[in-house]
Design a protein around this ligand. Structure first.
Ligand code: WTA
Length: 651
């Protein structure tokens, strides 16, 4: 945490009150209103959440709002029956929302599709029946590996409708990553597409899945969506296993009753990196997650019926689950969904889409904002962005400079910015401005959301101004476990203090009670908003026959927020040359995906270690960030540092 960002946020004193036009039309219009509602949510959480939940549809009401008898296994809305797909779709079919756009989709090549809530209902029901016809039952796991096409949202909702547990795997992951995730949860079906459009080219997604599921005995069928309809594009179907989506749903009925799910029935799994080599299957269940994604969307985005809302995340990550699919649809919102990247065919693509669809709410990541900054103001300035009324960011700390650029160049100083701190594990936003209420400070996620008892503690559990972020009370959207690993769940999140959730982030709390998130304090690096465990990479490198040892660290990066640097020591008699660097990079692509390639790979004769053999990453970070190297008295061999420093500068 001894980084540049910390220095800048410590010096940041600017404040921005909610813009009055925005405020006058907002759901909540003053900090007093926020405070009153917050107080109620903390003093009487069960009453608060019960009242919120009454805005949604339950087939059967709960007996008890929160069962906290056996922490950390919290249960919300005990014995109630509901269905999140029903709440996202059917609930709207009796009102004017029925004929309103649910999803406005644009593909990378510019093809378009608009699905009203009624259209979405038909497609989701057909898909749900299609899954049933393949023998899918409540509780079965379905792995989804798709580009950002409407069928991704449809597949997710179809699973939820029949109570199948979806596990979406971001379409940048490699075959080996898919294999591990599928095998961990013993998925029965995979859903993929023939290909995807990426920067004008086809990505052969099905081939990747084919390769993965060769080693997945639990997979019975692979559903394939036809996305790339070109002559020269060939996709081999294996009759025993593969089935075209259009053939599957063709004869299916548009009616499929929504399964009455218990509140605590599993809704989905989403794998995320941790501090060991093995990704964790984060478990979310039905009612609590549904309520939390609904309620945070409602208040943080201040959704209006006429809004066009655009979250640029991929549904392969939690942001897409909660804020493209479930949260906005539960609110009856209109979501723009885009398949492509921000710079294809040109660097103004996102702003072109904002103008074309008159987007009102825009939610993106700091790394994207910093990239836009680098590309220059001329791109956004070419387009009419006056429809925008609210901006948001998520995924990593935003530096005040990027915040100010977003505020001025994209928001024309007219739009509040919601910097939302949360995680895969939290299900929804936890620390965030409420746009009509909260005075914002560039770089601060500001104040906790309703019901969130956030604080900053030291390792003894004492409150401090700077230290470890902690959440003292359970909340409806919280994770319920790690798939198949109860011990790891307790260890990772609940062992720092008694019955207090530990998110793994460092934070500072200022004199106004504002939170400034300082980044991960564990061995997880946040590269462009993607969490990557350093241990995952280290174990990949040491799997190479020429490698003896490896230490991977995160360093500050101007665009990506953080980047990874890998220090690698080789077995006797091997030469650290460019070919080996390429081999190691290739290995990362095979095992995880392109996005996990480290910024630099540095060969070294030794790694700095304590006398007990522990690698001193702190010193490696000092070297990599060009600082004076800290205390070396505990080092077994201090000369390693000098050698490394020289090596680092030479490379
Ligand atoms: C980081 C993404 C600072 C944080 C929703 C967290 C943030 C991790 C912010 C979760 C923010 C997310 N300010 N840091 N506004 N939002 N983070 O699971 O380190 O992909 O622990 O969830 O991203 O990443 P995840």
């Amino acid at each position: 945490m001894e980084n540049e960002n910390l220095k800048t946020v410590l010096e940041e004193k600017r404040t921005f009150e909610p813009q009055s036009n925005f405020q006058q039309n907002a759901k909540l219009q003053s900090i007093a209103e926020y405070k009153e509602k917050y107080k109620k949510s903390i003093e009487n959480p069960e009453e608060f959440w019960a009242e919120a939940a009454s805005e949604l549809h339950f087939f059967k009401k709960w007996d008890r709002v929160l069962n906290a008898d056996n922490p950390p296994f919290f249960r919300w809305f005990e014995n109630a029956k509901t269905n999140i797909c029903y709440n996202c779709i059917d609930r709207h079919l009796g009102s004017a929302t029925r004929n309103k756009a649910a999803i406005i989709w644009e593909g990378e090549p510019g093809d378009e599709q608009v699905l009203t809530y009624a259209d979405l209902a038909r497609k989701v029901n057909k898909m749900a029946n299609g899954l049933k016809s393949l023998g899918v039952k409540k509780g079965d796991r379905i792995a989804i590996y798709l580009p950002m096409i409407p069928e991704l949202a449809i597949s997710v909702l179809a699973c939820a409708r029949i109570g199948a547990v979806h596990s979406v795997i971001f379409a940048g992951f490699s075959a080996e990553s898919i294999r591990d995730r599928v095998n961990d949860c013993q998925a029965k079906i995979t859903i993929t597409s023939d290909g995807a459009w990426r920067r004008g080219k086809h990505l052969l997604l099905k081939n990747i899945v084919d390769q993965a599921i060769k080693n997945c005995p639990s997979i019975e069928k692979n559903i394939v969506i036809k996305r790339c309809k070109t002559e020269q594009f060939d996709c081999t179907m294996e009759p025993e296993k593969d089935i075209w989506y259009h053939d599957l749903v063709e004869k299916c009925s548009i009616h499929c009753p929504a399964e009455e799910m218990d509140s605590e029935d599993m809704l989905f799994l989403l794998y995320t990196s941790g501090t060991t080599g093995k990704p964790k299957g984060i478990i979310h269940t039905t009612a609590g997650y549904m309520l939390y994604s609904y309620y945070t969307s409602k208040y943080v985005f201040d959704l209006k019926p006429e809004d066009v809302y655009w979250c640029t995340a991929d549904i392969g990550w939690i942001t897409g689950h909660s804020y493209i699919v479930y949260g906005p649809l539960a609110n009856g919102a209109t979501c723009l969904m885009y398949e492509g990247t921000p710079n294809t065919p040109h660097k103004g693509r996102f702003w072109e889409l904002v103008e074309k669809y008159s987007v009102n709410i825009f939610y993106t990541a700091p790394t994207a904002i910093r990239t836009f900054m680098k590309w220059g103001d001329e791109w956004p300035n070419k387009y009419d962005l006056s429809s925008l009324r609210l901006l948001g960011t998520v995924g990593e700390p935003i530096n005040p400079e990027a915040w100010m650029w977003y505020h001025k160049v994209i928001g024309a100083e007219r739009c509040p910015i919601v910097d939302t701190w949360w995680q895969t594990e939290t299900g929804g936003m936890m620390i965030t401005p409420i746009p009509g209420c909260t005075t914002t400070k560039p770089g601060s996620a500001t104040l906790p959301f309703f019901g969130i008892d956030a604080c900053v503690l030291d390792k003894n559990g004492e409150e401090q101004n700077a230290g470890l972020l902690a959440i003292r009370k359970p909340w409806p959207g919280m994770l319920r476990g790690i798939y198949g690993d109860e011990e790891r769940f307790k260890q990772t999140y609940w062992s720092k203090w008694k019955n207090i959730y530990f998110p793994g982030d460092g934070a500072r709390k200022d004199e106004d009670g504002y939170f400034w998130i300082l980044g991960r304090v564990d061995d997880v690096v946040n590269v462009s908003g993607h969490r990557i465990g350093t241990a995952e990479l280290e174990s990949i490198f040491v799997s190479h026959t020429k490698v003896a040892e490896s230490a991977v660290i995160g360093i500050d990066h101007k665009i990506k927020g953080q980047a990874m640097v890998a220090f690698v020591s080789l077995r006797e008699g091997n030469d650290g040359n460019d070919d080996l660097i390429e081999e190691l990079k290739k290995l990362v692509v095979e095992k995880i995906g392109k996005f996990a390639i480290p910024e630099r790979i540095i060969f070294t004769a030794d790694l700095p270690k304590t006398r007990s053999g522990k690698i001193m990453r702190r010193l490696l970070r000092d070297i990599a960030e060009g600082r004076t190297v800290g205390n070396v008295t505990t080092l077994a061999d201090a000369s390693v540092i000098e050698a490394l420093k020289e090596k680092y500068q030479d490379d």
